[in-house]
Design a protein around this ligand. Structure first.
Ligand SMILES: CC(C)(COP(=O)(O)OP(=O)(O)OC[C@H]1O[C@@H](n2cnc3c(N)ncnc32)[C@H](O)[C@@H]1OP(=O)(O)O)[C@@H](O)C(=O)NCCC(=O)NCCS
Length: 425
């Protein structure tokens, strides 16, 4: 293999077109070091390289704070435990967007606005019907939201009024799109939204065709509250980065959905349930987990970039998973989850995150596994919207630097004198 091996172990090889590219593996994930003198000479400060931007503060925000050492999460100052116990999702939306809990009149107005915006453009539904049957829900959702911009006269208006209208519309409609994805793939007629139902109840109604009972509505409502925002997580940062170029709201939400899809972020909840289903039985859990750790697999639903203690959202979801499992006489998934949790804590010192117990909770609610991440988006769109608006209100282009580790002074080689790269042989 030609090319150079750098000090950090990275192998750099000449690309087929004469350009030099980085080849995997890259520098160690935790590698922090000074930017080289050539970089500094080009105008970079003496910042340290921080792969993954761990603990890097890039903006001020008053929406949400994750206090990782204490395992505390607050939305606009209010502890998530208090909100999970007392607030409705609509109150949380108001809190995130306007900085305070709504008065009764303000809440009624927001609920009416959300209800009035639940219908999605027929053209987007028609487009969704054309997608291949193999398309996965998160990809359908991402494309639907991108296409929805064509049918919104506000799409490129970034005034505060238009941004709020888009926040309301996208928050209301994310639920409609996700329910439509499920009905379409099952070949069922779509269920029109009902203006008299809460956001949580209306979503479950559009999904199943039946108005949920109070326990299901409240459980789902709490799940929405727990997932609504989480500071500068990957998808929210994506959304903020996108609008920092002063592009459109829909583009930012589209990008955020793409980011949320990955198994290291929102896609973990689906992966957790797939893992539980694969294990299958309670008596196989410990052996499976042991083997997975021995083969250096990452166990989905564990670990967190910021929390060093219990993720406060997991506390509620654990309880929810247990009580819902008992309610439908399917305690197995909760019990299996508990065994995994105890084992991972003991062996790796890692805590369950938001995605671990939401998986078994949604499963016993009868929700298909590949809808867990789209449901995350149904809630998180409220947080994305708050952050997009905050970014627009105090914008500076987000444009970090890279530490260049490629060669310098490489010259153009005539085509007849080039050798093929190993990768293309
Ligand atoms: C969330 C996550 C991406 C955070 O990543 P991060 O801050 O970059 O942390 P790292 O991936 O560098 O992990 C640090 C160490 O813990 C280990 N670790 C972290 N999460 C782990 C997991 N879920 N299972 C097994 N080991 C894990 C890593 O292997 C690494 O060990 P090492 O230092 O011996 O190599 C990571 O914990 C993870 O992949 N979790 C599983 C996916 C998930 O649940 N995502 C949803 C997050 S809410």
């Amino acid at each position: 293999m030609g090319g150079l091996r750098l000090k950090c172990g990275v192998h750099v090889r000449p690309h087929a077109y004469g350009v030099w590219h980085r080849a995997a593996p890259r520098c160690p994930s935790r590698g922090i070091g000074p930017i080289g003198s050539s970089a500094q000479a080009k105008g970079k400060s003496d910042n340290m390289l921080n792969k993954g931007l761990e603990d890097v503060v890039v903006a001020t925000s008053s929406i949400c704070d994750v206090q990782g050492d204490e395992g505390r999460l607050i939305y606009q100052g209010i502890d998530i435990h208090e909100l999970a116990e007392r607030a409705t999702f609509e109150e949380v939306i108001h809190l995130l967007w306007f900085g305070a809990l709504p008065t009764q009149d303000q809440l009624d107005t927001l609920k009416a606005d959300l209800a009035a915006n639940r219908n999605v453009p027929a053209q987007v539904l028609a487009l969704m019907e054309q997608f291949p049957k193999s398309a996965v829900p998160m990809d359908i959702l991402r494309t639907a939201i991108s296409a929805a911009a064509f049918y919104d006269a506000d799409a490129w208006d970034a005034s505060p009024e238009a941004n709020l209208r888009k926040a309301i519309k996208l928050t209301a409609q994310m639920a409609t799109y996700v329910a439509a994805i499920e009905r379409m793939r099952k070949g069922l007629p779509l269920v029109a939204p009902r203006a008299d139902l809460s956001h949580a109840a209306n979503f479950l109604y559009m999904l199943t065709g039946s108005v949920p009972d109070e326990v299901s509505e409240r459980t789902f409502d709490v799940a929405l509250t727990l997932h609504a925002d989480h500071e500068f997580n990957a998808s929210t940062f994506t959304a903020r980065q996108i609008v920092s170029t002063l592009t459109d709201f829909y583009g930012a939400v589209t990008g955020a959905i793409a980011s949320l899809s990955g198994p290291l972020h929102g896609g973990a909840n689906t992966a957790v349930m797939e893992m539980l289903l694969k294990i299958g039985d309670e008596d196989k859990v410990e052996g499976w987990t042991k083997e997975a750790l021995a083969s250096k697999q990452k166990i989905m639903g564990f670990g967190h970039r910021v929390y060093k203690t219990e993720d406060p959202r997991a506390t509620h979801l654990r309880r929810m998973s247990e009580s819902l499992g008992q309610r439908v006489n399917q305690p197995k998934w909760f019990r299996m989850s508990q065994v995994i949790e105890t084992y991972i804590k003991q062996e790796k010192g890692l805590n369950a995150n938001v995605d671990f117990y939401s998986a078994s909770a949604y499963y016993v609610m009868g929700i298909p596994t590949d809808l867990y991440t789209p449901i995350f988006a149904v809630s998180r769109v409220a947080g994305w919207s708050a952050h997009i608006i905050e970014q627009f209100n105090n914008n500076r282009l987000i444009r970090p630097r890279a530490e260049y580790i490629g060669p310098t002074n490489v010259h153009y080689v005539p085509i007849a004198e080039r050798t093929p790269t190993p990768a293309l042989r």
